[in-house]
Design a protein around this ligand. Structure first.
Ligand SMILES: Cc1cc2nc3c(=O)[nH]c(=O)nc-3n(C[C@H](O)[C@H](O)[C@H](O)COP(=O)(O)OP(=O)(O)OC[C@H]3O[C@@H](n4cnc5c(N)ncnc54)[C@H](O)[C@@H]3O)c2cc1C
Length: 386
């Protein structure tokens, strides 16, 4: 018997909604399921200006030309960085014509949808059963506050935005030790700035309480008023499992976004990739050429695994040397390092460029971190790719 729908999409985050929207635009019949289908996404999503694709400028909440990387030197990055307006982004990904069901699905429920749809897509995100306490998986964690732009000025120190400020004024008198973190300081509108202490990757993720303490120490050291820190306009907690779901998809279904392999192992980002991938997948569904996996394993994957391994294991001076070298890369190589969609040749070139620009002590640390025995910096179990 022919199933009633062409496509069922489970989960309406950025990955699921963009795919459902493109499928219906291509004339497919679509069922979408999510426990809160009307909820506006809460995270502050950033993408690069050149990743906006066909989306209208209306989806941009803030556009920052040349955000800076600061390590031992200051490096303006030659690209616009965009903070997305999540409500406008949802409007730009309309679901008219999609049958939307309010439901929370287990793996068995997802498998059962094969009776209802020719293609079943799992877009339930990295943790469909909720966050796991003491999750040992490598994760990016961050704690941020939104403050008025004038109050944030001492933190920005004349930059329009700080994509990554790796300087160690979070450390106080004892000096930096343990897990490296950076300040992400990005305007989220004309009058407000998000100031976020971020651990790019640790296994397990660095606790939010530690990030909160570091952010406070750093901002006070820069002259931000304590009263501003005590009463921010908003707060954000970030927890991104670097390997997404990290399990095989439910048999007979296609996993996309962070439910699948849509995330970038090195940056934790996935939104730009999901937005870019949706139309090609929808087109494939119209022709009946449904791929076996949405984001197949590629030769660039082992390189990204190496990158993640280095991030998990380098100490503070080693991490600073790595990102100082990143700041001195030519812009196309920087793009290749950060993009989920760069190929192996481009990524290898960028990684080699960083290695070549590191001082000898940094090079030694990077070699040990990448190729040495499998013990993480914090003594957690060996790093195992899934
Ligand atoms: C605070 C924060 C900030 C981030 N910032 C960025 C950024 O700037 N740029 C970037 O690229 N990435 C960012 N990320 C990482 C990542 O890209 C996001 O997590 C992104 O939301 C992943 O999109 P997704 O659609 O794959 O999954 P999700 O956004 O997690 O969406 C999953 C959807 O599935 C639904 N769902 C969950 N469980 C079930 C279930 N059992 N049954 C049915 N539906 C279910 C949920 O309701 C949700 O709608 C950030 C993450 C966080 C937490």
């Amino acid at each position: 018997m022919t199933p009633p729908f062409d496509v069922a999409v489970v989960g309406l985050g950025p990955a699921g909604r963009s795919l459902a929207s493109r499928c219906v635009a291509h004339g497919l019949s679509v069922l979408a399921l999510d426990p809160r289908p009307d909820a506006v996404w809460a995270p502050t999503y950033g993408i690069w200006g050149d990743e906006l694709g066909g989306l209208p400028e209306a989806v941009v909440r803030a556009r920052v030309p040349g955000p800076e990387l600061r390590v031992h030197g200051n490096y303006p990055l030659a690209r616009d960085y965009l903070v997305l307006d999540n409500a406008a982004l949802r409007t730009a990904l309309p679901l008219e014509g999609v049958q939307v069901r309010r439901a929370r699905l287990s793996d068995a429920d997802v498998a059962a949808l094969r009776a209802e749809a020719r293609v079943v897509v799992d877009a339930r995100g990295a943790r469909p059963d909720g966050l796991v306490p003491d999750d040992p998986a490598p994760a990016q964690t961050a704690y941020g506050i939104v403050v008025p732009a004038d109050a944030a000025a001492p933190a920005l120190q004349d930059a329009s935005a700080l994509l990554m400020d790796w300087r160690t004024d979070w450390a106080g008198a004892a000096g930096p030790g343990g897990t490296p973190t950076f300040l992400y300081a990005i305007p989220v509108g004309p009058d407000a700035v998000l100031l976020e202490e971020t651990c790019l990757a640790a296994a397990p993720g660095l606790p939010i309480a530690e990030l909160r303490t570091r952010l406070r120490r750093r901002l006070l050291a820069r002259g931000v008023e304590a009263s501003v820190l005590d009463r921010p306009l908003d707060r954000e907690v970030v927890r991104i499992p670097m390997r997404g779901r990290g399990r095989r998809p439910v048999p007979g279904t296609l996993a996309i976004g962070t439910a699948g392999r849509g995330g970038n192992l090195v940056t934790g980002y996935s939104v730009a990739h999901s937005l870019a991938r949706a139309d090609a997948l929808a087109q494939a569904f119209t022709t009946g050429a449904v791929p076996r996996v949405a984001d197949p394993v590629s030769p660039a994957d082992p390189l990204r695994e190496m990158g993640l391994r280095a991030l998990l294991r380098l100490d503070v001076p080693g991490t600073l040397a790595l990102f100082d070298a990143f700041g001195r890369l030519p812009a196309p190589a920087q793009r290749n390092f950060m993009s989920r969609d760069s190929d192996a040749v481009g990524l290898a070139g960028a990684m080699w460029g960083m290695f070549a620009r590191m001082p000898p002590a940094g090079k030694r640390k990077l070699i040990v971190a990448t190729l040495g025995p499998s013990v993480t910096r914090r003594g957690a179990p060996a790093i195992r790719p899934v």
